[in-house]
Design a protein around this ligand. Structure first.
Ligand code: PHE
Length: 467
């Protein structure tokens, strides 16, 4: 069988260098920076989590990001095909299959949360949100009512998936490259203004203490704080779109004249800046309004409208703009998630892009329905501290599959690939930085990920380690 898929699928290319950067940034910046970062940081106690997260981004994230770009550009194939091409018959391809599976899992719940943002946009327009803010029960009750409705969230999830599918259907470069160029800077400006405003609400010092003074016992007593390590690792992978071949796929549409290290650094810095700014925007308001930072996935959907509500009429405009921008940021990430699966199935079965996006997008929509329902069902009873369906999907994909995929990608680029070739393809060449990169891929990243897995599975404790 011919698997190249070249019969009616000529491999596309980015229109420009900027187009690639924007698409990669669009993939990275999304719900992960605002929704997921704030809720996971809130649940994980703040400061120590943030520090561990930054360490994971710098020492594991950026090197693996470079590895994904390099593998993709060299192999010019999707997540699975790239390994089959560069390492035929060797087990590294498992990372590709896990990546495609992760795309299904992550997009299934991502579409649900993104659907909530669409609902919020419309609620600002219809005045429903204004009424909720003014009401005695507040936004929390509004949000709770919305997500416990069985049908409504599915409708919004469906709508979001339709938009995502249409973009992938048209091919990535036509719409998304241009849109991102305008949306990203606007979102950044808005987040900065809101962070400043939020800090003026009176919760700033508590928020600073929460975010920037880590609880050091997490470092002196790592075996009792295993969840925080795993959460930070998972968040770094999720936020950078790493470990599932999304950036292999995007790199595969790249021509040779891109300088990869600069691109990788640019994507990672922008992504991290967004997350920290989002923290500075959300946590002061969390404390000012007396909300529990460990509130969970609903955190920003309750906190943000409260901030906007305190701004009066201006708040309605800002709220509208804000949820619109989050939805747009989510869209460019969702597109990259769908593209991972679509690129694979297109090549593997020699289907057209059109057919593949509708089919795969449709399946992913259906897979998301339990996530959409699950949260609502749980919410009607009290929170019993268990994970519901959406949380479980998120946990399995983000904290297990992505880091495991990243581990295999690091092993492949560090050990499985010819070092000279890897250095040349990465644009590092035989420099100090290039050699440091290989060293991290060979030793640092695999060992750290492996140890965090052992630690969180409790094996280190069973083996009698006492740290
Ligand atoms: N990085 C995206 C976000 O922060 C999510 C994502 C994960 C996208 C994995 C692609 C691959 O929202």
């Amino acid at each position: 069988m011919n698997n190249t898929g070249l019969e009616h699928n000529q491999r596309e290319q980015w229109a420009s260098r900027l187009g690639f950067m924007l698409a990669a940034m669009g993939s990275a910046v999304g719900l992960g920076n605002i929704w997921r970062f704030s809720y996971v940081a809130g649940e994980s106690g703040g400061g120590a989590f943030l520090l561990l997260y930054l360490v994971c981004v710098i020492f594991i994230g950026i090197p693996i990001l470079m590895a994904e770009f390099t593998i993709g550009r060299h192999a010019k194939s999707d997540a699975v095909g790239s390994f089959q091409k560069l390492a035929p018959g060797r087990p590294y391809v498992i990372a590709g299959f896990m990546g495609v599976a992760s795309a299904f899992i992550i997009l299934s719940f991502y579409g649900v949360i993104a659907g909530w943002t669409l609902k919020y946009i419309v609620s600002y327009l219809t005045g429903q949100m204004g009424a909720a803010v003014a009401s005695e029960e507040g936004v929390g009750a509004f949000f709770g009512g919305f997500i416990s409705s069985p049908v409504e969230p599915i409708f919004w999830q469906f709508l979001f998936m339709i938009i995502t599918i249409s973009i992938v259907y048209m091919g990535v470069k036509k719409g998304i490259e241009k849109t991102n160029k305008i949306l990203m800077p606007t979102l950044a400006v808005l987040v900065i203004i809101l962070a400043l405003y939020s800090m003026s609400l009176g919760g700033a010092s508590e928020a600073f203490a929460f975010l920037f003074s880590p609880d050091w016992s997490i470092f002196t007593n790592p075996l009792d704080n295993t969840e925080v390590y795993l959460a930070a690792l998972g968040q770094a992978f999720f936020s950078l779109s790493l470990g599932m071949g999304a950036l292999i796929t995007y790199g595969s549409y790249l021509s040779k004249n891109e300088k990869l290290p600069g691109a990788a650094l640019g994507v990672a810095s922008l992504d991290t800046t967004f997350a920290i700014l989002a923290g500075l925007m959300i946590f002061p308001a969390v404390f000012a309004f007396g909300i529990d930072p460990a509130e969970g996935p609903g955190l920003v959907f309750v906190v943000l409208p409260e901030i906007f509500g305190s701004l009066g009429f201006v708040g309605t405009i800002v709220g509208l703009a804000f949820f619109f921008l989050i939805a747009a940021a989510a869209l460019s990430s969702a597109v990259s998630l769908l593209e991972v699966a679509v690129a694979y199935f297109m090549r593997r079965f020699n289907w057209t892009r059109q057919k593949t996006s509708i089919l795969i997008g449709g399946i992913i929509f259906l897979l998301g329905i339990p996530s959409s329902l699950g949260l609502g069902v749980m919410d009607q009873f009290t929170y019993i501290g268990e994970r519901d369906f959406l949380d479980s999907m998120d946990f399995i994909a983000s904290n297990i599959f992505l880091p495991l995929g990243g581990l295999i990608i690091a092993l492949f680029a560090g050990w499985g690939w010819n070092k000279t070739e890897a250095l040349k393809e990465s644009d590092f060449g035989d420099t100090f930085l290039g050699n440091a990169w290989i060293f991290v891929l060979r030793y640092v990243a695999p060992i750290v990920i492996f140890v965090i897995f052992l630690q969180s599975s409790g094996i280190l404790k069973i083996l009698g380690f006492e740290l």
